[in-house]
Design a protein around this ligand. Structure first.
Ligand code: ADP
Ligand code: MG
Length: 348
């Protein structure tokens, strides 16, 4: 979602160099696309210009289809399905959408319900189903509480073959919390299938990488100020995702309401400014970053453990940094102004 500004992104370009076998180095190629409401940057190394361009063209087509058919409120397959659920009807689901439903059922379970893409009605009621930042008066809180109390869940979605229905009419699917991760995992497969071994795809700070021998160095953005709080070198194939309430929020009477919603009460999360995770799947990383934003400083460790995440860093609205020891070892802090670092027990 969101940001039109260029995110810190990969500093990987600083590191490009001779390939291991001493072949002549091909220049790194960078492409920019605008999709999913953000800027997507694709950096391809060790690849001839024609292949890199063909890869970028293929990704542009794939992303456009994902954007349309996975969109929570604009016309496309998902919004048709949501209309059917609201009307109490069942509907056939294509193989393009079904895996997202199944994957998000797993992630909802793993996150103890904190990652919940069935919350579309609540997210819409907060005004986040719009391209622009929502403006205006406070939404109807009683209605929002009532929606949350009906506990829409991915487990309400049941399949008869490929035909889906929802046992709860308030279920509205919104994959905004992990669609970028799924999209970037698919992009990675496309790049590999074209013989590309060294690449990075950055969707507004959510990043998948491929590398055989040249590590990517990534800057973790300081959520409170323009700049980078720390850098981290990714191991081959690692992905890094950040969820935050610092870019997309609504402001009512001077109070900021985040676009990340706590499924337990329908209210936007408070306190957390950003949650960053590193793992080997974009979809899991994206879902986990959203779930950990909801979990917050007191509960993130439990959720990270349940989700099998090994590297986490959270920043709260006072600038305090929360992380696990293995993450701390990997980070090179670039900001001198970190008020406090709170280290958890090791993650298994
Ligand atoms: P970003 O888009 O900033 O990377 P996220 O990955 O956290 O951040 O996605 C936020 C989006 O996820 C929201 O705009 C909304 O569509 C959706 N969402 C909000 N709360 C939840 C939640 N608890 N579980 C799953 N998805 C959510
Ligand atoms: Mg997410």
């Amino acid at each position: 979602m969101m940001n039109r500004s260029v995110r810190f992104a990969a500093l990987g370009a600083l590191l490009w160099g001779v390939s291991a076998c001493g072949d002549p180095v091909l220049p790194e190629q960078t492409f920019t696309q605008y999709v999913f409401g953000t800027q997507v940057e694709i950096i391809i190394r060790d690849t001839d210009a024609a292949t890199a361009k063909a890869a970028n063209d293929k990704l542009a087509l794939d992303f456009a289809r994902m954007h349309k058919d996975w969109h929570a409120w604009k016309p496309g397959e998902l919004s048709d399905l949501n209309a059917a659920f609201a009307a109490g009807q069942s509907k056939a689901v294509s193989p393009f959408v079904k895996p997202l439903i199944e994957q998000s059922q797993t992630f909802e379970d793993l996150s103890d319900g904190l990652f919940n893409p069935a919350l579309g009605a609540v997210i819409g009621a907060w005004g986040f189903h719009a391209d622009e930042k929502p403006k205006g008066h406070r939404p109807d809180l009683a209605a929002i509480r009532a929606m949350a109390a009906s506990k829409p869940s991915m487990s309400d979605v049941v399949f008869d073959g490929d035909v889906a229905s929802s046992t709860n009419p308030l279920v509205q699917l919104d994959f905004g919390g992990f669609a970028k991760g799924v999209a970037l995992d698919r992009a990675e497969q496309v790049l590999r299938s074209m013989g590309i071994e060294n690449a990075l795809v950055n969707a507004g700070g959510d990043i998948n990488t491929l590398s055989d021998n040249q590590p990517w160095t990534i800057g973790i953005r300081d959520p409170k100020a323009w700049g980078v709080i720390a850098t981290v070198v990714l191991a081959p194939g690692e992905d890094i995702y950040t969820s935050g309430n610092y870019e997309r929020f609504r402001e009512i009477d001077g109070v900021r309401y985040a676009h990340i919603i706590d499924p337990r009460n329908g209210m936007p999360v408070e306190h957390i400014v950003s949650a960053t995770v590193i793992t080997h799947s974009g979809a899991l990383a994206d879902a986990a970053a959203t779930a950990l934003s909801v979990a917050g400083p007191n509960d993130w460790y439990r959720i990270a453990k349940r989700m099998g995440i090994k590297y986490v860093v959270l920043v709260d609205d006072t600038g305090t940094v929360y992380l696990n020891p293995a993450m701390r070892e990997r980070l090179v802090f670039t900001s001198e102004e970190i008020p406090k670092i709170v280290e958890s027990a090791p993650l298994p």
